[in-house]
Ligand binder design. Structure first.
Ligand code: P1T
Length: 379
């Protein structure tokens, strides 16, 4: 089936009791058993929930995967993936990842003896050189948050497969609509479904998707054993939202393209990062592995003072953490989303005090461009 047909239907069928076309919100913690051990496949809602199952199947289908394993946040999904490892195992991670991802790796899992090497995974040789006999997992964000750097998924898979190392791609920025890493042979895709997948800024959630039976079984085990599961109401909202994912992504991207085209020639902007611009150093790679460029644009305004003035002068773009919702957001990575990354590392990555990240929403294109024009004039 096509993406939109799957988005509307996959994982869902009319309720057998009533014919209700929408999957009910099974707001229950437990399920009555006929006899001890005789039940309908549902025992307890940490372990199984029908609304969650429908959502997991739906997103797995959109991501071209067999199994979807949902969690209560993107970080809960990422943490459960790291819990597949043992003490002493080594992870290679893209040097620029969401600040919270770096924080949980660096402060929580390191404490339990998992070793992390951060490197610029956009260079194949860097991945090859970081591999040790203990390397069990390579975690890549592509495009990265907030620098929009790409890693070649093909290169990643070719290096990792040769050494039997598990590959994980955080696909949050692209959503399953613009990029499907499993189709390149990646083992696991992870999303913060808080972002484009839900898209309405009213749910925090995460999901891992895989085609690998063994990895799936281990993650379902962890989902139940550790227990970072999403509630049924949140699953219902996400399931409702994926029905319009394709429509939203097209609109997000149209607006982002227009805004990037305008911003790239503006004299107040020192540097712009958007994979859809031909000036982006990896524009050709973007065309190859993504079917669109998404709607996150980062701009360097040269100083903290300029960044503050700009962000605080915007009227439609709201000053807030997060991204991927229908409403446009602006944020300052160094002080907000990436504050937990040490300053010298941030600066080496390009996350300067002048850097601003825009999450372009689905409002009218002209209104967004005009909002940015008036805010740039305040600098
Ligand atoms: O917020 P949560 O649902 O736990 O997802 C974490 C996460 C994982 N991966 C990426 C690429 C992310 O961007 C995020 C969360 N990011 C933000 C909140 C942000 O404003 O960048």
């Amino acid at each position: 089936m096509g993406f939109q047909t799957d988005a509307v239907h996959a994982g869902q069928k009319p309720d057998s009791g009533t014919g209700a076309i929408m999957t009910p919100i099974f707001q229950t913690s437990t399920y009555v058993q006929e006899e001890i051990g005789k039940h309908k496949g549902y025992e307890y809602s940490r372990t199984q929930n029908p609304t969650r199952h429908a959502m997991e199947k739906n997103i797995a289908t959109l991501e071209k995967g067999k199994y979807g394993i949902a969690f209560s946040s993107g970080l809960a999904a990422i943490s459960s993936i790291i819990q597949l490892l043992e003490q002493g195992d080594h992870v290679i991670c893209t040097n620029n990842v969401y600040g919270g991802t770096f924080r949980v790796f660096d402060t929580v899992f390191k404490k339990f003896g998992v070793l992390f090497t951060y490197t610029d995974t956009s260079v194949k040789k860097n991945i090859e050189e970081a591999i040790t006999p203990k390397t069990k997992l390579i975690f890549v964000e592509t495009p990265t948050n907030p620098m929009l750097t790409l890693t070649s998924i093909e290169d990643l898979v070719s290096v990792a497969k040769a050494k039997k190392i598990m590959t994980v791609v955080d696909n949050t920025f692209m959503s399953p609509y613009f990029q499907n890493p499993l189709q390149f042979g990646v083992d696991l895709v992870v999303h913060s479904s808080t972002k484009y997948i839900n898209g309405h800024s009213d749910v925090v959630g995460g999901i891992a998707v895989t085609n690998d039976d063994q990895i799936a079984q281990k993650l379902y085990f962890l989902q139940n054993a550790v227990g970072a599961v999403p509630g049924p109401m949140d699953c219902f909202l996400v399931l409702r939202a994926t029905k319009t994912l394709a429509l939203r992504m097209r609109e997000h991207e149209k607006n982002a393209n227009a805004l990037a085209a305008f911003l790239q020639n503006h004299n107040r902007i020192k540097r712009i990062y958007y994979p859809g611009l031909s000036s982006h150093p990896q524009h050709e790679l973007a065309k190859k592995q993504m079917s669109g460029y998404g709607a996150i644009i980062s701009i360097d305004l040269g100083s903290l003072e300029n960044a503050k003035k700009f962000a605080e002068s915007l009227k439609i773009f709201a000053l807030a953490e997060s991204l991927g919702g229908v409403e446009s957001l602006v944020e300052h990575p160094a002080i907000m989303t990436h504050a937990s990354v040490p300053k010298e590392i941030r600066e080496s990555l390009g996350i300067t005090d002048g850097l601003i990240r825009l999450s372009v929403g689905v409002e009218d294109e002209a209104d967004l461009v005009n909002d940015v024009i008036q805010a740039l004039e305040k600098i």
